[in-house]
Ligand binder design. Structure first.
Ligand code: UMP
Length: 161
């Protein structure tokens, strides 16, 4: 995965969205943090990993991958805002349970929101990509899905989303 390319694409998309909504230069850190938490919740819902009360299986793999890369967008965007857009994800060892990994990722989002340090950002990124690995997505698949969704996000802005 070429993370530098993804950071560059995210920078371009964020600029496009912010200029289109007259928000250039605005501090959108809280909004993007909440957006990321919502995306993680949506992703968990599609996996249904925690729904012990239901017999229904997970959504289609592509649906889950698309939700996953929505989260990648906001993680990259937060890294850009905080000046940590050089970070390379490392899969955190020991991720074996989807539900536990979702909780760890959410804890990392809160930790990074509280203290915008490089180590908190790295932990968030590593845990999120370890979750992707646990969900069965290869780095190349994540990159391709990110590129596709980035394009969709431009189209949505152009069509008045
Ligand atoms: O500043 C922004 C705002 C939104 N998005 C992208 C990330 C997700 O892919 C998508 C989320 O949009 P919803 O479908 O949840 O509205 O928008 C960005 O990349 N940057």
């Amino acid at each position: 995965m070429n993370i530098e390319k993804l950071f560059n694409m995210q920078r371009g998309l964020d600029r496009y969205i912010e200029e289109g909504h007259n928000l250039a230069g605005k501090d959108l850190f809280d909004q993007k943090t909440l957006a990321l938490l919502v995306e993680i919740g949506e992703l968990a819902n599609e996996t249904r990993c925690f729904k012990f009360w239901s017999t229904k299986g997970p959504s289609e793999r592509n649906v889950i991958l698309e939700e996953f890369v929505d989260g990648v967008h906001f993680i990259l965007s937060l890294g850009i805002m905080a000046g940590f857009d050089q970070d390379k994800p490392v899969f955190e060892a020991g991720a074996v349970d989807q539900t536990k990994q979702f909780i760890l990722v959410m804890e990392s989002v809160h930790a990074f929101h509280k203290e915008k340090t490089k180590s908190n950002y790295e932990q968030l990124m590593n845990r999120y990509f370890a979750l992707g690995d646990l969900l069965g997505f290869s780095p190349d698949e994540v990159e391709a899905a990110y590129v596709a969704k980035n394009e969709v996000n431009y189209e949505r802005q152009k069509s008045g989303y």
